[in-house]
Design a protein around this ligand. Structure first.
Ligand code: SF4
Ligand code: SF4
Length: 64
């Protein structure tokens, strides 16, 4: 698991393929697929670890 950070993931819906890898990797269950696109459904639980960013094969997750 990555280091906690103040940054939070933002998903580029135009790039997301809906593969679900970021959903699976997030230990806090912050991300889910909504209409086949990743969405941060529980942003308050996010630790900013960045694991979802590293997991995404198309770089659709950006920390900001
Ligand atoms: S940064 Fe970490 S805790 Fe936050 S959504 Fe991504 S994997 Fe989950
Ligand atoms: S890992 Fe990337 S492409 Fe796959 S669902 Fe998540 S944001 Fe979309």
């Amino acid at each position: 698991m990555g280091e906690p950070s103040d940054k939070r993931p933002k998903i580029d819906v135009d790039e997301c393929t809906g593969c679900g890898l970021c959903v699976d990797v997030c230990e806090q269950e912050c991300i889910d697929l909504v209409d086949d696109v990743a969405k941060t459904v529980k942003p308050e639980a996010c630790t900013g670890c960045g694991d979802c960013v590293e997991e995404c094969p198309v770089e659709a997750v950006i920390m900001e």
